[in-house]
Design a protein around this ligand. Sequence first.
Ligand code: GCW
Length: 726
Amino acid sequence: MGFGFKMNGLIKWNLVLVLFFTVFSHVYADDGYRLWLKHNLVEDPVLREDYSKRMGYIAVEGGGEILKTAVKELQSGLQSMLGITVDSNMQPSFTGGIVVGVAGQSSSVDTLLTKDERAWLGEEAFLLSSRGTMLLIAGGDERGVLYGVFRLLSLMGQNIPFDNLNISEAPAVQLRLLNHWDNLDRTVERGYAGFSIWNWHELPEYIDRRYVDYARANASIGINGSVVTNVNANALVFRKDYIQKTAALADVFRKYGIRIYLTARFSAPIELGILETADPLDPAVREWWSNKVAEIYDLIPDFGGFLVKANSEGQPGPQQYGRTHADGANMLADALRPHGGVVMWRAFVYSDEEPEDRAKQAYNEFVPLDGSFRDNVIVQVKNGPIDFQPREPVHPLFGAMTQTPIMMEFQITKEYLGQGTHLVGLANMYEEILQTDTYTAGKGSTVVRIVDGSLYGNKLTGIAGVSNIGTVRNWTGNYFGQADWYAFGRLAWDPNLSADTIYREWARLSFHKNEKVEEVVTTLLRDSYKYCVEYMTPLGLHHIMAAGHHFGPGPWVSKMSRDDWTSVYYHKADEKGIGFDRTATGSNALEQYGAGFRKVYENPDECPEEFLLWFHHLPWNHRMKSGMTLWEALCRTYHAGADGVREMKRLWQTLEGNVDDETYDHVLMHLLIQEKEAVWWRDACLSYFGSISGLDIPDDLELPEYGLDYYKSLSYPYAPGIRPRW
Ligand code: GCW
């Protein structure tokens, strides 16, 4: 031994690993494919040894499909994070190992659980705890075990020591689903990360490795369902061959505790060429759906059910036959009930014949139907009443229906928040909405309590997120988009988690361990949402983006096939003032909210300024809390947002050399685009609003580089999601 001191075997091995890691970790760039499941080697030898000494064996009893997955994941995680191979066929002993299993199905698990713990462990719940030198991963069912395993690996990935480990968790809601707006031709509506990952052509025979990795990633954050087709649905998916293809995906997902769902096109009985009507009360139509559903369950016994967009933006629905949304939903619910399936019926509806404020229409349509839905129907509501705008107040339907379960629909893909290029952490937005008090059943009627069913005692509960993934190597296009997918899953599991906690977890899991990186990444995610709202739609402005592809500013958009697709409908700017009056003097959308909520927003002098122009139409010289006029505040807020992006770029640049070059460059190039586009949004909007108000931008601020006509003349045939044309 030439080092002049003696090394025991373990230290020697550690040294080799550390050397290996330092030499190679910065050489190979990270292409982002592994998401937050990097499972890099734990570099700190002391910590690694502390982890390892509790992992001499895995003792597992029983063995359904999901339990097998859990053990496999555990073994491969330990292999890559600790460099150890752990046998899974061991009997428990007291010398340091992991006992894994389902309560009530494994005697070794049961002997380690107290009576209370056993009673507490329900569906999908897990308990992760150190018992002396042993680790216990107990699940209420196999999915619970899998979630416990992933949590353990996540703690290790974050290098969190195991002292007195004692975590017991159960998900707050039942349906934790990704919604894919994926078309059968593999384009993705509002997708910015390539094509659909579902390769219908090669299914069912060819199982792309991505399907497995997709399921793993979702299961690791607690997502338990996936709607694989677009809500703008295609009836073809109900043809036999497509059902077989769907079944092949379901087989992959099942191993990870994930159920598959499809979108149901309401007119499918007609389009598949069999019937002349899709009237939900027609016996032949009802029979067609019952048979179709039975055919699906034949191949997919754990099929989850249907998500439906009906009578919305041109989609067919029950109203074409003079029936209600409840009639339509109930027909599908009746077909699904014998098999245990659910219907998620979307409330994203607004009519072009209706002169009513679009923000009010879903409420008007659905509240009278409260109490008339079957118990396997849940109404899926977007977080805000218009359409996934950068910032919206909560949708008034949350809390308005006491007898109908309501599930949340968030958008993870950034249709309105910079699409594929902007770094914007969405967890802040999700948190803001979930923690909003609707006051519908008095103070404390938060959205979380509506969504988790506790406010009105609803049995069926759920949260859905419109997916941001596609075929690009790193899944989300923009690397930071992974943080939104991660955040969605974590919040669906525990809607009371703070955005900051989630960002920190993601930062630790997604970058090579480094405190400086963790701080900067967390800061970027945290501040970016505020900046984005400021440079796009400050002070409650909304729906002022370009038409069609929704890329970039378009506050001047005034001619569309319907008024409520234009920008001028929403900002209502004229020479005197700006904003949408939704108080009693205007559309009175505020009347749809709880009394306590109304009180906060109805008076323009008290209304939180981030929602001022959402609820009020005000003169340009309205005095803000700061003493500034509304116009000046608008100018300064737009500028603050664009300056914020510059600060984000500066912060990121401090990380050069601390993150691998590929990721560093990838993020920096996107930040440069974001900086350019933030300035574009700011200047285009201020030029436009200045031309309407006749007021000048304060002279201490950077002036727009071009005139309004220039901004209006820009066109983006290459913006994602449209057919390029001149
Ligand atoms: O946000 C809008 C989108 C549409 C989408 C629709 C919806 C799937 O611009 O592309 O259609 O909402 O949620 O149904």
